[in-house]
Design a protein around this ligand. Sequence first.
Ligand SMILES: [Mg+2]
Length: 134
Amino acid sequence: MRAGDRQSARRPAGAHVRRLISFDIDGTLEVGDPPGVISLAVVRRALDLGFVVGSCSDRPLSFQRALWHHHAIPVNFTLLKQHLSHAKEFAADQYLHIGDSFIDQTMAKQAGFDFLHSVEDDVHAFLRRLRLLG
Ligand SMILES: [Mg+2]
């Protein structure tokens, strides 16, 4: 094997970390009931950046799909909260769930996801670090 071959088999220098973000809806997204602090612009930006993005909520899947369709946001997945781990079928380097409840936190931990609390944590600072907010 030549040096060049070996190099090309490696992860290219500067390759982006592939992130997956699961959004709770109620209390997390601006369109939730109650509304949360995260705007749909953040969700769109995550998709633009190549993140794997979806919702994971107590809301029925039909509701989640209608919500995304209504706002013309082509998310990658919609899941019931107890099925968060199914999002691991997508290959990613980092898995994150953002939600506003203890249940969200527990489900995230059980599924092996990082967790961001949409009320208690500094969401805007976190989103800026991910280049999801200007
Ligand atoms: Mg919630």
